[in-house]
Design a protein around this ligand. Structure first.
Ligand code: FE2
Ligand code: FE2
Length: 321
């Protein structure tokens, strides 16, 4: 990121290798992006409740300490290990075994009837062999992100809705990226994380005892801020550059030519997920979705089949997560 373009994200080649101070600087840059969006909406929310929400967010963004939602280090490491070209089962098992809680949850999930093994597995290594390396990474990230979104005080209904929508978006993003012949593992993580900024806002409000802000006040603010906040979380977690960009621009992909097509795929998945959930109040007009898909090279006559597959994928995910 540079001073000339405060919304630009880090170089993709170097980002995943950075640690410590370098990552901290990038987090600060991502937070500067979020603060810029916050400043742009402050004059539009003049009600006392709106002012209160904006003050809470502003205080959280101004905090000198690390306040962004954290993931267990083993989950972050697992993502990086799986992205490595030299990844193997033992590498991933060693990473998971560093966190006994995660390792035991992975073993439990590998023993679900969904994965249909003839014998129970007892170790992380055997669980990975049963589920596959990428599926194991998805399970780990699903477990920790669900905990992050759902297990915090306040806004339980909103948190549950955010989680269900995130899982549906993960299923749809996998489907859209498969259509584009892009690795679907990126789609799963992008969908899972794309609205994390909403849960960060719920957490900051809850920590300050403000657990009764109405949706009428909260939703427009979260709508405007959740994407830059989610991107800041992903920088903090040292996730992949394409993933961070896609999440940052998932509501503005048309204006961000250099960040397409993954951001556009995530934007389409976000809209498809709302229609999977049957939540028509959030659905964007069908012509916009069709244009977005057409721009990605997915024709309207493939939409029905794509949604059928997305629904099936979502039902599978709900059995596991
Ligand atoms: Fe969003
Ligand atoms: Fe969304």
């Amino acid at each position: 990121m540079t001073e000339q373009d405060p919304t630009e994200f880090p170089d993709p080649e170097s980002h995943s290798r950075k640690a410590g101070a370098d990552v901290r600087i990038e987090v600060l840059d991502a937070l500067a992006d979020a603060r810029g969006v916050l400043a742009s909406i402050q004059s539009k929310h003049t009600s006392p409740a709106g002012g209160l929400v904006l003050r809470c967010i502003s205080e959280a963004l101004a905090s000198p300490s690390v306040f962004l939602p954290s993931l267990p280090e083993a989950a972050i490491q697992a993502t990086q290990v799986v992205d490595s070209p030299r990844c193997d089962v033992l590498d991933l098992a060693d990473t998971l075994n560093a966190d006994p809680d995660i390792a035991s949850r992975v073993v439990q999930i590998a023993n679900l009837s969904f994965f249909a093994g003839s014998e129970p597995v007892h170790t992380a290594r055997d669980a990975i062999v049963r589920m596959g390396i990428r599926e194991t990474r998805n399970v780990v990230m699903g477990l920790v992100v669900r905990r992050l979104i759902c297990d915090a005080p306040g806004y339980a209904e909103e948190r549950n809705r955010t989680w269900q929508h995130s899982l549906a978006t993960a299923a749809c993003a996998q489907g859209v990226l498969c259509e584009l012949a892009v690795a679907d593992c990126l789609g799963f993580l992008a969908g899972l994380a794309h609205d994390l900024g909403r849960s960060a806002i719920y957490t900051w409000l809850g920590e300050r005892g403000h657990t009764d802000i109405s949706a009428t006040v909260l939703d427009p603010i979260a709508d405007a801020l959740h994407a830059p906040l989610a991107a800041a979380c992903l920088v903090h977690w040292r996730l992949r550059f394409e993933l961070i960009e896609a999440v940052r621009w998932h509501h503005e992909s048309a204006t961000q030519a250099r960040h397409r097509p993954i951001a556009a795929a995530l934007e389409a998945a976000d809209r498809l997920a709302h229609s999977l959930d049957g939540d028509l109040s959030h659905a964007h007009p069908a012509p916009e979705l069709l244009l977005l898909l057409e721009d990605l090279g997915i024709s309207a006559n493939r939409l029905s089949r794509l949604q059928h597959e997305n629904q099936a994928r979502l039902e599978e995910l709900r059995k596991i997560l």
